[in-house]
Each structure stands twice: as C-alpha cells, then as structure tokens.
Write a protein that binds this ligand. Structure first.
Ligand code: F3S
Length: 284
C-alpha cells in the first residue's frame, strides 16, 4: 500500500512571496493600518490568520475610495490599472505582491491593445486575475472560458488577435482551443501565459492520478488552480476527492484502496497537506 505525494503540492513562488510580503508589512508598520486589495491568496485559513493580526481585506473600489490612510497590498492575482490610479490619487502607500507571471500578462495586453490588436483571454471571466488583466487592456477584450463554444464564436477578421491565458488555465484545453481558432484563418499571435508552476503541477497531478486507485486534491473551494487540478485528476481517476481540510475527507472511502495520490493547489499551506498525509498514512 502506497501514498504518493506530489512534489509540486502547495505554495508556488508567487503565493509564497505574497504571504511573506504581508508578514513583513505587519512587522514593519505596527503604527499603520494594513489592507489587502482582495484576499491576498485564495485560502480562507491564511486570510483569517492575517485578519487576526490586524490586516483588513478590501473587496471593492468603493471600499478603497473611503480609505484615506494606510498601506494597500495588492494581492498575488493582480488588479486593474484603475486600482493603482485610485491608490495614488488617495495618497496611500502601495505594496505590490502581484505575481511576476501575472505582471507579465498585464504588460503584454497593455502593449498589444495600445497597438490596436484585439486581446482574447482564455480564463474565467469572474476570476479576479482575469478581471485584473482586462483592466490593463485598452478598449474591448474577449474572454473565452472552458465552457464557451469556440466553434461558433464570431470575431471580425479585420484586426490582429493576440491570445493570452489565465495563469492557471488547463494547458491541454489551451492547446485544443488555439487549434480551433487557428483553423478559422485569423491573423493571430498566441502567447502561452500559463505559468510554469501551474503547468508542472498539472502534469504531475495527471501522472499520479493515472497510477493510483484514489486521488486527493487539497485546496480552497475558490481556488481556480485547485479546481483545475481536480478536473485533471478526476479525468484520470474517478475516485478523486476535493477537500479543503482534513475534516472534508471521509477516510473510510480509502480503506479498500491500495494506492493513494495527494496533490494540492498553489495556495494550500503545507500544514494542511502534512495533516492530510499523516492521517491517510495512518489508515494503511
Ligand atoms: Fe504566480 Fe503561477 Fe503561482 S501565476 S501566483 S506562480 S500559480
């Protein structure tokens, strides 16, 4: 009987940087109010822990507008340009914890749209990262999520199209969708902006899920990259369980299996992964 833990499970460099940034700001500014624009990462436990240490989460532009003093930390998912403008206008201190891989996309879409090209983003239109990316596009942009019927998508042929992806988009899906659009004869430039951390995590999860009898995916319910991991693992192994913490796992379900794989999203703290791992090993 075997338990395989993904080497890529847990915090990626962008999330680690964001969490460390908040910790550092708490230490350096005991005299100031500290805010994060949106939850710093997609993990309720981490966010609540910072709240206990005095950090306040701002959830909208309207809330930001009312703040006249303090430090605003931009979360790892990034925000639109208008948020930076507002922070500057209100004379607040900005500390940018946007992941460098997300920043790269902001630069691409700004430059391309400034040149008059049409930006298409593969991703979830309701996800903060995608909303932030759109906020750097001059003019309109199109978001294609996984459920959209690309075959029937009507886009005019008179502009060059630039395709980017949300950093956590499913790589296989990205390739398939690009192929469909390419066949339609547009003038397109494709920039695969899925981050390496995500790609490696997805590949490893797929590989493990193919080998095991049951798979456990740990991560917050709001975490896009954890949702994608679950889909990938579930396609390869029907007995895949999506849990936020050990409490969500029914260990009885694992009693008759011989091999269990464990992976976790980019914003899942190590303490949770370790706890799940210890308890799963204990039943074998
Ligand atoms: Fe950055 Fe990718 Fe993590 S975009 S925050 S390294 S999942």
């Amino acid at each position: 009987m075997k338990v395989i833990i993904a080497k890529t499970a847990g915090f990626c460099f962008g999330v680690r940087n964001a969490v460390n940034t908040v910790s550092k700001q708490i230490q350096q500014h005991s005299d100031k109010r500290i805010y994060t624009y949106g939850p710093i990462i997609n993990n309720e436990i981490v966010v609540k822990d910072f709240e206990k240490k005095g950090v306040t989460v701002i959830n909208s532009k309207e809330e930001l507008e009312k703040i006249k003093d303090g430090v605003i930390i931009i979360r790892s998912h990034g925000v639109s340009k208008s948020i930076y403008d507002l922070i500057e206008k209100n004379g607040l201190t900005v500390v940018d914890a946007t992941c460098s891989d997300v920043k790269k996309i902001h630069k691409i879409v700004k430059k391309e749209s400034d040149e008059g090209n049409l930006v298409i983003i593969f991703g979830n239109p309701n996800h903060p990262e995608v909303k932030g990316i759109r906020g750097w596009v001059k003019g309109e942009s199109i978001v294609i999520d996984e459920a959209l019927d690309v075959d029937n998508l009507e886009i005019s042929h008179d502009r060059k199209i630039v395709i980017v992806a949300q950093t956590t988009f499913n790589y296989e899906k990205f390739k398939e969708t690009v192929e469909i659009i390419e066949k339609k004869g547009y003038d397109i430039s494709v920039l695969n902006t899925i981050c390496n951390a995500t790609r490696e995590r997805q590949e490893e999860a797929r590989k493990i899920a193919r080998e095991v009898d049951a798979m456990i995916v740990i991560g917050d319910k709001h975490s896009s990259n954890t949702q994608k991991l679950f889909e990938i693992c579930h396609n390869a192994c029907k007995a895949t369980y999506y849990i936020q913490t050990l409490e969500d796992l029914d260990l009885n379900q694992l009693e008759s299996v011989e091999t269990v794989g464990i992976t976790a999203g980019a914003s899942t703290p190590n303490t949770i992964i370790e706890e799940v791992q210890r308890n799963v090993r204990a039943i074998f």
